[in-house]
Design a protein around this ligand. Structure first.
Ligand code: SAH
Ligand code: SF4
Length: 364
């Protein structure tokens, strides 16, 4: 049995190698199989728009990047992608995009969520990943039919957070926390996560990130390597970064450690892993991940959703791509859970018998 109960153990397993590494991955994958079955869930990823009001220092679609062609999918394109996912038995979709909080945007998302539920006979699960919003907006979208929300904390170290974001009220760490609180209180299955291999980040920070995710009893996690983009301010720090293979290695170790720490949650094998290694996602599944997010954005648009360079999956979202993915999962001794949300095994916002969110607990 492998335990990662304190920071020292976490740091140890983040860095282990050889037979110990193999044992770690096998143990983590075994835990997933025991608690969730050897299933991998699909979330078809729809990249709604690269228009963003924020200026995160690491992100290729930040407002300040003027080298980018901006786009927004039409309602028709979003609904067609959702229908494709429903008919293809994906079970659920993720609508992700740059952050906007103007009224027209809020109402548009609300209407889109309702239409997607309608067109799929209420069957398609909907995750949103549209950044920081007012509590009232989160509630509207939840009532329209979205049931999951993904908002990464990016790093749980507030001083590191300040180094990778502009110093203004639009990029506030306390507000990020507040949003996660609102999401959980609202009833969403709430996802978060961090970037791995950021400049100035230490192994201790990563161990703290895992403890943070456990402490707030997150329902799902998407963590991936930080990948530099030349049209962003953080590119200036590229000399201080870990080599890319090391970021991949760390990312897979973190997936395994998180699985041991939180056996019941959903953990994504993120696209950024695939950007580093064509089989990066499969490696994460072999270390305990259970969610894949195939890109189903219209082909002509996805090349402009460049959070980082060398974004893969230009060919993804086809039947052939899915067949290949299914074969790769079989090689990891997993099978795709067609037509399933994967929510039934555990109550929202709980990693165990306790149904209260940490925020509710604090006030009871
Ligand atoms: N605007 C929303 C959703 C889109 S960004 C939001 O910020 O939540 C989704 C995720 O992409 C971010 O949370 C961040 O973790 C990741 N990301 C952005 N730039 C990246 C980069 N250069 N390398 C790796 N991941 C990046
Ligand atoms: Fe916008 Fe999200 Fe990129 Fe920040 S990470 S600039 S909020 S798209």
């Amino acid at each position: 049995m492998i335990t990662v109960t304190d920071k020292r153990e976490l740091a140890y397993y983040l860095n282990c190698a050889g037979q110990e590494e193999k044992d770690l991955f096998q143990y983590a994958a075994g835990l997933r199989n025991r608690h969730l079955g050897n299933k991998v869930y699909l979330r078809g990823l729809i990249e709604l728009s690269n228009i963003c009001r924020k200026n995160c220092l690491y992100c290729g679609i930040r407002r300040g990047n003027t080298t980018l062609v901006r786009y927004e999918l039409t309602d028709r394109e979003v609904l067609a992608a959702a229908r494709y996912a429903w008919e293809g038995k994906y079970g659920s979709i993720v609508i992700q995009g740059g952050e906007r909080n103007d009224r027209a945007f809020v109402l548009r998302i609300e209407a889109l969520v309702k239409k997607i539920k309608q067109l799929s006979n209420q069957e398609l699960g909907i995750t949103l990943s549209l950044g920081e919003q007012r509590a009232e907006t989160y509630r509207r979208w939840f009532e329209a039919g979205a049931h999951r929300y993904l908002l990464r904390i990016e790093t749980s170290n507030e001083s590191l957070y300040k180094k990778i974001h502009p110093d203004d009220s639009r990029h506030s760490f306390p507000n990020r926390l507040k949003c996660l609180e609102h999401l959980q209180k609202c009833g969403y299955r709430t996802g978060s996560g961090v970037m791995i291999g950021l400049p100035f980040q230490t192994t201790e920070d990563l161990a703290d990130d895992l403890s943070f995710l456990k402490d707030i009893r997150i329902d799902m996690v998407g963590m991936g390597p930080y990948l530099e983009h030349e049209s962003t301010p953080l590119y200036a720090c590229r000399q201080s970064l870990l080599p890319v293979p090391e970021r991949l290695r760390l990312s897979i170790h973190i997936v395994a450690c998180l699985r041991i720490l939180m056996p019941h949650i959903h953990i994504a094998a993120t696209t950024a892993l695939q950007a580093i290694d064509p089989l990066g996602r499969e490696k994460a599944v072999a270390a305990g991940a259970d969610v894949l997010m195939p890109n189903i954005t219209p082909f002509s648009k996805r090349k402009n959703y460049t959070l980082y360079r060398n974004k893969p999956c230009i060919e993804e979202g086809t039947e052939e791509g899915l067949r290949q993915l299914s074969e790769n999962m079989a090689a990891c001794r997993c099978r795709i859970a067609w037509n399933e949300w994967g929510d039934s095994l555990k109550p929202a916002t709980s990693d165990g018998p306790d149904h209260l969110t940490p925020w509710e607990e604090a006030t009871t």
